[in-house]
Design a protein around this ligand. Structure first.
Ligand code: UDP
Length: 257
């Protein structure tokens, strides 16, 4: 898959459908695992502040631009990404694949009633999916869940614990389920189970999902600030790395000594 860098992270440059086809032929059909990050501007900004998190994200097989903020930044720095790939859309597309191909799926994250409603809906709408297991996201000992996932031998693992916890979890434990495609999905189970409404199609079409979220959940406004913060930080980083290197001058001077 073609990628383009923003800061130190390489983002997938393509459409959801071609990405899912690539995953199917090169990973799912080969029982080959992958770590997928669905990175919105908040995640991008956090990676710029937290080198440990950046290292974890850099170890992923794929980083998807989940948010128009990321696509916008890519255009501003002259390396335009073709399309946003939303984590939620990847989730439902992979459920479709799992349904068609009778794949084993493990679900981890969200509140107890949310994960139970998520499983109910999967059973109803994607009957071909083999539910390898599930756990809510508030279990004290994550390693117990990791052991459960390992024993279940799933083809896919959906981890919806919110960032950065979900990425740290996958990075730490993926060696226990090396055959699985593992994806961090934020609040996708809340939406899928009907507990949180996704923006109406008007907002999605005009890339205004962030505005819908702000209107319906104003307490998130502080989190929204990460969009301008991310844009500013990336532009600053680009400018700094475009400056001529000073070391060359030092070398030149030393020749005259
Ligand atoms: N969550 C969880 N365990 C925790 C904290 C959060 O399972 O210890 C879940 C929470 O219930 C919600 C999701 O993680 O379903 C976070 O959703 P959000 O939209 O805030 O995702 P983010 O944007 O932080 O990635």
């Amino acid at each position: 898959m073609q990628t383009k860098p923003i800061n130190q992270l390489d983002f997938v440059d393509g459409e959801l459908s071609s990405f899912v086809s690539h995953l199917e032929t090169s990973y799912l059909d080969q029982a080959k695992g992958a770590f997928i990050v669905t990175a919105n501007p908040e995640i991008g900004f956090e990676a710029m502040q937290n080198p440990r998190y950046e290292t974890v994200l850099s170890s992923a097989d794929f980083i998807l631009p989940d948010g128009i903020g990321v696509v916008m930044v890519s255009k501003l720095i002259g390396r335009p990404l073709q399309s946003r790939i939303a984590g939620y859309d990847l989730f439902t597309s992979l459920l479709d694949k799992a349904h068609q191909k009778k794949k084993r799926v493990f679900f981890y994250g969200a509140a107890k009633h949310v994960i139970e409603q998520t499983i109910e809906r999967v059973r109803r709408d994607y009957p071909g999916v083999e539910i390898a297991g599930y756990s809510d996201g508030y279990v004290k000992d994550q390693s117990e869940v990791a052991d459960k996932i390992a024993a279940a031998k799933p083809d896919m693992v959906f981890v919806a614990l919110g960032y950065p916890v979900q990425e740290f979890f996958i990075h730490k434990y993926r060696h226990l389920f090396p055959q699985a495609v593992a994806v961090g999905l934020g609040g996708s189970f809340d939406v899928f189970s009907g507990n949180v409404k996704r923006a109406p199609s008007f907002f999605i079409r005009f890339h205004l999902e962030w505005m819908y979220r702000l209107i319906t959940n104003p307490s998130r406004w502080r989190r929204m600030l990460s969009i301008p913060k991310y844009v500013t930080a990336v532009l600053k980083h680009e400018r700094a790395s475009a400056k001529p290197q000073y070391t060359g001058q030092v070398k030149d001077q030393s020749r005259h000594l």
